[in-house]
Design a protein around this ligand. Sequence first.
Ligand SMILES: *[C@@H]1O[C@H](CO)[C@@H](O)[C@H](O)[C@H]1NC(C)=O
Ligand SMILES: *[C@@H]1O[C@H](CO)[C@@H](O)[C@H](O)[C@H]1NC(C)=O
Ligand SMILES: *[C@@H]1O[C@H](CO)[C@@H](O)[C@H](O)[C@H]1NC(C)=O
Ligand SMILES: *[C@@H]1O[C@H](CO)[C@@H](O)[C@H](O)[C@H]1NC(C)=O
Ligand SMILES: *[C@@H]1O[C@H](CO)[C@@H](O)[C@H](O)[C@H]1NC(C)=O
Ligand SMILES: *[C@@H]1O[C@H](CO)[C@@H](O)[C@H](O)[C@H]1NC(C)=O
Length: 596
Amino acid sequence: MGYYYSAYVLFFLFLVRTVPTSTAPDHFLKTLKSPKPTPEAQEFFELTNPLPSDHLTPSCSLTIIHHSFANTINSPPFSTPYSPPSDCPPPWPRVVLELRVSSSGDQYDRIAAIWLDGAEIFRTSTAEPTESGIFWRVRKDITRYSSLLYEHKINVTMMLENVVNNIYTGVYDVHVSFLFYKENISPNGVRFPSIISPNKNNYELVTSDLGFFKTPSDLIIPICDDGKRGYWFKVESESDVHVKRVRFPKNTLQVVLELYASFHGNDEFWYSNPPNSYIRLNNLTTGRGNGAYREVFVTIDGKFVGSELVFPVVFTGGINPLFWEPIVAIGDFNLPSYDLDLTPFLGWLLDGKFHDIRIGVDDAISFWLVNANLHIWLDHGTSKVKAKSVVYNNPALTIERQEAFRLLDGSFRIKAKRKSEFAGWVKSKAGNFTTIVSQEFRVINLIRFYFNGTYKVVKQMVKAKRDSRIRADSGNLVGRAVTRRRYPLTVITSTVPLPQKDSLGSKKEDMYMLITNVSHALNERRINGDYWSILYNRQNSEGWMKVRGHSVLSGEASTWQRYNYRDDFGCYSRTVLAYNGKLIGDNTTFSCASST
Ligand SMILES: *[C@@H]1O[C@H](CO)[C@@H](O)[C@H](O)[C@H]1NC(C)=O
Ligand SMILES: *[C@@H]1O[C@H](CO)[C@@H](O)[C@H](O)[C@H]1NC(C)=O
Ligand SMILES: *[C@@H]1O[C@H](CO)[C@@H](O)[C@H](O)[C@H]1NC(C)=O
Ligand SMILES: *[C@@H]1O[C@H](CO)[C@@H](O)[C@H](O)[C@H]1NC(C)=O
Ligand SMILES: *[C@@H]1O[C@H](CO)[C@@H](O)[C@H](O)[C@H]1NC(C)=O
Ligand SMILES: *[C@@H]1O[C@H](CO)[C@@H](O)[C@H](O)[C@H]1NC(C)=O
């Protein structure tokens, strides 16, 4: 990267000039035209492990959506009826959603989601297209939404908020199908985790092997908006807390809230937002403030029941869009959702009355898109179970904020920790089971500005653990679900001014150079009953770009990524290297020995 280093020298040469005030990282549009446009559309992808069902032939596939998303902003979402395929009736041990998207022209990354009867089943974002076109394909196992997939004549809804005009020309052509699998064992003998189809008469199956989603839930209640602009709640501030009133069936055995959240606008890079004091004292006009701590929380009847520090997904226009081609950033095509076990609270939820479930984001600024699904498992042997909440231990969040700055230079540090524990028992026909849930997270966030605010370093580490244990009357542990996650993130952004006039003296307004490094990872260990998995997924990117306003005019970029996954069935490891939009290295192995 010879060019890269000369650019770095430039940075020192121009240090003394006035530069655009550093509010980077930012959101950009690729407008650079390649000198020799390739005639063929290019494939983009996100590294992920193949689904166990990829070995199998689906019994049938159903086209769910075939739609072009053009100027859809502020319009109702796309909606169409869904019924199970008549040619392969249930049960299906596995169901997979397949999304195929293509686009060409100029366009920002866009956020999208798919809902079944108001329950979100998939959140994704788009890659930024090129003149010659791009396309991609994503698969997601949606077996956990089986209770909805079995329904007849419900609506499947998709929102992809896009803007199309003279400048933004990219339309996203979307094709979504559901693949239904009848068999659960692959021809080569690979076993699968014991996910079975809902068996309405066998409550013992549900409780004898409790973890999360050992069987799909019996009932899904969405905690969502009215659907006029998509079913997500739009959170524009900390006080913008949305509510849904829910009545729980009196024979509920287990309840898990699945949370979906993404951040946009002035909170797209929330982990890099300085405190408001810095913005105010420097007379900056940016809306990207409120510091760098965000926590998505859930309350029931005003009582805290859980929260999540979400993985900081960098969308494909983020920081430097040249980093995210053809490999997109971690999570872009399949944003993670988060499971919060609410079973300990059933003691006060089974009274047949309505309960207010609220979702909000601490310190949020506009805007977050959040909604959730309540997954409910029922005792089919009875119409009523007994339940009691016995432990509610929720000390306040500990948060320390330090700031030290002089004009545009300085450093900001946030250290936060939360640990809570909840427990409750449910006595049903299957027995008396006590669920003990503990959740704990720590976050450290550090932001430093140097060289009159033109050089910015953001470092964040999130460590989170969630543990659900289910004990029988005898005291024996009968189920366990543990998730540990770590999200390290480093973003370095250096803003370098460029000569504002060319050799003929005509103005080149607002041109500058951004030199950026991004390094981030999503590391996750899970235990679910007797099933375990470990994932290490890291990306390191570096490069520069010449920018006018929000348009990328030229640049150079490389991204290296290692994706390492193993579970008790095998290993999968893929390492890739992309340089200037081309894949120049790609090694895959299924061998467990080499996946280090
Ligand atoms: C620092 O940046 C500010 C705002 O961009 C600018 O007004 C000021 O002149 C700069 N100071 C130096 C020493 O370059
Ligand atoms: C599906 O959507 C249509 C149009 O938005 C609406 O009229 C209808 O009531 C919906 N059906 C269900 C089952 O929600
Ligand atoms: C911000 O504006 C106020 C009022 O115009 C001025 O007194 C102050 O010096 C400015 N601060 C900076 C850092 O430019
Ligand atoms: C269920 O188990 C818990 C813990 O062992 C116990 O305190 C509670 O009394 C039991 N409930 C019933 C109805 O037996
Ligand atoms: C980015 O990382 C490279 C290699 O690790 C380093 O040489 C370079 O100085 C970094 N760039 C910035 C802007 O810090
Ligand atoms: C792929 O493997 C080859 C041979 O071991 C190695 O030279 C190359 O650097 C690897 N590529 C990546 C992206 O890891």
